[in-house]
Write a protein that binds this ligand. Structure first.
Ligand code: ARG
Ligand code: ZN
Length: 872
């Protein structure tokens, strides 16, 4: 039965303290837990003491010092239940777990020779019996005992207290975390690791040791992450006055990890993909991702840890907020406009698809089967957009005030989304009752905008209608409170002063209009000529906006608007319609590309273009998923072909400017990762990617030269990717595989290049690569780079008409489900788009889903995803 948000009840017992002892051994680790519990119900009957536990071998239980026998408790598959306790209760539980056999990577597990934990959301119950829910906050100590040779480094939360040696050659370390925390923030790491370190002095004068731990061989690649940690610490002090609160801040990178990273108190653990970066092995995007993920985990220290979630339905309280904060941080590093466009693009490709599919759910879900399936684009990215709208409504100062009130009011507590919004409302004297619907309503709202210019009255009117399509279990929607940022441009692209008809004087040239009703009308006065509307500036709300714009207006906005999002969106919208038109036209010979469009694209390639990073984004065609989302009964193979053919045509039309731009930006300067240089490389490699569509000797020479001469992974991988679809790419592919065969994170890029390849034998090659010595079905990064990449990022081959792609996915989902359900469930999402496919593929997918659903022993994770998909 699903867990429901409205069934929430406060815990029957709180925990005062937890003292843990781990006798670490990869095969069998013994965990001794002393938990001091306090019953909460004073109203009549005390309740049974129920402790969560999964897949544990229970060795012993003592209650207030007395050893219990099997008759004294009930031991179920997911709980240990003791009789009701009236007063302060001391429980000593000894359990045994098997880290090495734990391939699900939740609870205590092994990654290479390192032992570590992942407890969010429900991993702690795989370590010991405990009330494993986020509203039970306790103070922890942790004593780690292990062989000194094998596990010289022993880490846990908080600050290190004490250490020593045992006569049998083992050593031990004790850690103490003074801040009360929920069990999902507990962590330990034990292994043969090296570290690099630096110190950071907080504003109020605390000296913090900042350390990054990793395998010895990876340490030279960890300097960027260490710098990112310090940058994030400084940023949070400057922006929000939030300081670090322990004497050590430890980051650890491991190779086997289900997600990106984890914010355990004082001991953040990272997928090594988001911790390691150097110019030879990492691309500009990898460097930027390290900045973002390190900052994200650091920011959780206040928004997530000091203030945590009351229950897992409130997940976006910490995740949406941490994402919002990491996006702002990254914007300050990279340039806010470019960062914004990248974030919006990701949201629209992934989250909009989620909202439109069988797994659609609100930012604060109402029910779940398996909480680990709810670490979604909606909870994270749409959650961030909801926070961002508050910033748009209240401005920087008002937002800061609200955040400070929220943090100070709920410090040390487990809070709810309502409490966060209440603090924002109170700090700004605003009524956010209607705004709360953003948390409860799933689906992507639509704004239909109808502009009317009245030349005689010199007025310009915008009629805005809002609606939201039905989603599973939510057939009807209420109107939302939507901030709509607008400006009006004159024919030269300059902003005009804005005055609504009921106002006395114009105020500013950019305004945030607020929608609350299904239909809202705004009339601007003193508008001398028909303006060009610049709407939803900065993507001020996570909506689809439909608005009749002429091609000329789009080109003007793309060239002259000072809002980077609107510039990008105007061209993107133009290209989207062009591509959709070509797809709908079927086999008819496509009309040639409009010169106004190709001129606009050519302008992006000129030296005068101020921001190459933005130009690079504007140059890219809309992605497959964006186009797919706008169509019904799609033949994905034909859609992929429309995209390819249009790229080729653009490359032919813009051949000289593309070559010229590439030549100009290929300046031979040594690699440095910063905003300016990575922007130039993005544009250069955007040109290269178009050029690779053409088969001229000049292009072939250019590609091979860039591959051979690159002093960095960004340029090398760009050349490799461009070559991979071509007949002359095989030698280079082989060379890359040989050169990096000792380096799994780089080999992942190579796996993905194969997985995404348009070549007809792509699936056969993916299957062959599954036998590669570096591939491993137990490592989520390897599976992601090869299998998941094929199913999600190679529409042409995944949707092959013969059903081979679907059959492959089904086979892998079932195989992986026995290894790691979280990974299998993620892969199972590849079928979420089936309702938009053409009838014959729809039928094949449905049959495939039924086969998966009917298989024996399917995990709850995968069965929830497949079950939702097959009833859509
Ligand atoms: N809280 C982590 C973050 O920073 C995500 C961890 C989720 N882990 C999981 N097994 N679902 O986003
Ligand atoms: Zn997070």
């Amino acid at each position: 039965a699903p867990v429901r948000r409205l069934d929430y009840r406060p815990p029957a017992y709180l925990v005062e303290s937890v003292d843990l002892t781990f006798e670490l051994d990869p095969a069998r680790t013994r965990v001794t837990a002393r938990t001091v519990l306090l019953p909460q119900r004073t109203d009549g009957e005390a309740e049974p003491l129920r402790l969560d536990g999964r897949d544990l071998a229970l060795e012993s239980v003592r209650l207030n010092g007395r050893e219990l026998g099997p008759g004294d408790y009930t031991l179920g598959a997911d709980a240990l239940v003791l009789p009701p306790q009236a007063g302060r209760t001391v429980l000593d539980v000894v359990t045994v777990v098997e880290p090495k056999a734990n391939t699900a990577l939740t609870g205590l597990y092994a990654s290479g020779g390192t032992l570590l934990t992942q407890c969010e959301p429900e991993g702690f119950r795989r370590i010991t019996y405990y009330p494993d829910r986020p509203d039970v906050l306790a103070v922890y100590t942790c004593r780690l005992v292990a062989d000194e040779e094998e596990f010289p480094v022993l880490l846990s939360n908080g600050d290190r207290r004490d250490s020593g040696r045992l006569p049998d050659g083992r050593h031990w370390v004790t850690w103490a975390d003074p801040h009360p925390k929920p069990s999902y923030l507990f962590a330990l790491v034990a292994g043969r690791l090296g570290h690099i370190e630096d110190s950071y002095r907080t504003r109020s004068g605390r000296d913090v040791q900042v350390r990054v731990y990793a395998r010895e061989g990876a340490l030279p690649r960890c300097a960027h992450a260490l710098g990112a940690a310090k940058r994030a610490m400084a940023w949070d002090e400057e922006r929000f006055g939030l300081e670090y609160d322990l004497d050590t801040y430890t980051l650890v990178g491991v190779d086997d990890f289900n997600m990106g990273a984890m914010e355990n108190k004082g001991l953040n653990i990272f997928n090594s993909l988001y911790l390691e970066a150097d110019p030879e092995t990492a691309t500009d995007d990898d460097f930027a991702a390290v900045d973002t993920v390190v900052a994200h985990e650091y920011f959780h220290n206040w928004t997530g840890n000091r203030v945590t979630c009351r229950d897992m339905f409130q997940l976006s309280l910490k995740e949406g907020l941490a994402v919002y904060r990491d996006e702002r941080f990254s914007g300050d590093l990279r340039g806010p406009g470019v960062q914004r466009v990248r974030d919006v693009r990701a949201l629209r490709e992934r989250q909009f698809a989620e909202d439109a599919g069988p797994q659609a759910h609100p930012v604060r879900p109402d029910e779940y089967q398996e909480i680990s399936n709810f670490y979604t684009w909606t909870v994270y990215k749409k959650g961030s957009e909801v926070i961002r709208m508050l910033h748009t409504l209240f401005g920087e100062e008002g937002f800061r005030r609200g955040l400070r009130l929220y943090v100070s009011r709920h410090d040390g507590q487990a809070a709810t989304c309502d409490q966060f919004v209440a603090a924002m409302a109170e700090a700004n004297g605003a009524d956010l009752t209607q705004f709360m619907r953003w948390y409860g309503q799933a689906g992507t709202p639509v704004l239909d905008v109808e502009p009317v210019y009245d030349a005689a009255a010199r007025t310009y009117t915008l009629v805005v209608r809002q609606s939201c399509p039905p989603t599973p279990k939510q057939p009807a929607k209420e109107p939302l409170h939507v901030p709509l940022a607008v400006a009006l441009l004159d024919p030269d692209g300059r902003r005009v002063p804005l005055r609504l008809t009921h106002e006395d004087a114009p105020s500013g040239t950019e305004r945030v209009l607020e929608l609350r009703q299904p239909v809202t009308t705004f009339t601007f006065a003193d508008v001398p000529a028909r303006p060009v509307p610049s709407l939803l500036r900065g993507f001020s709300a996570p909506v689809r906006m439909r608005m009749p714009l002429t091609s000329e207006e789009r080109i003007l906005l793309a060239a002259h608007d000072d809002d980077p999002f609107v510039r990008w969106e105007s061209l993107h919208g133009y290209l989207t319609e062009l591509l959709l038109g070509r797809y709908r036209a079927g086999d008819a010979e496509p009309a040639p590309l409009p010169p106004a469009l190709t001129d606009a694209l050519a302008r992006l390639l000129r030296p005068e273009e101020p921001e190459p990073a933005l130009a690079a984004l504007m140059l890219e065609l809309p992605g497959f998923d964006t186009l797919f989302g706008a169509l019904d009964e799609v033949d994905p193979v034909r859609l992929a072909e429309v995209l390819r053919a249009t790229r080729e045509e653009l490359a032919r039309t813009l051949y000289e400017p593309l070559l010229e731009c590439h030549r100009r930006l290929d300046d031979g300067r040594p690699y440095v990762f910063d905003a300016e240089r990575s922007g130039r490389r993005a544009l250069k490699n955007g040109c290269l990617s178009y050029l690779a569509e053409l088969d001229t000797p000049e292009v072939a020479a250019l590609l091979h030269r860039q591959y051979e001469r690159a002093d960095n992974m960004t340029d090398r991988l760009a050349a490799l990717t461009a070559l991979a679809d071509r007949g002359d790419g095989d030698g280079v592919l082989e060379e890359f595989g040989r050169r990096w065969r000792e380096h799994p994170l780089v080999l992942d890029k190579w796996f993905t290049v194969h997985a995404r390849s348009r070549r007809p034998d792509a699936l056969a090659r993916v299957r062959r690569l599954m036998d590669h010595p570096v591939f491993s079905e137990t490592n989520p990064n390897r599976v992601g780079a090869l299998i998941i990449a094929f199913c999600f990022e190679n529409p042409l081959r995944f949707h092959a008409a013969d059903g081979s792609g679907y059959a492959f996915a089904a086979e892998q989902i079932l195989r992986l489900d026995a290894v790691n359900p979280a990974v299998a469930a993620r892969l199972a999402g590849c079928f979420n788009s089936w309702p938009s496919l053409d009838p014959s593929r729809r039928e094949t997918v449905l049959r495939t889903l039924q086969v998966i659903e009917g298989s024996e022993g399917l995990s709850p994770e995968t069965s929830e995803i497949v079950g939702n998909a097959s009833v859509a």
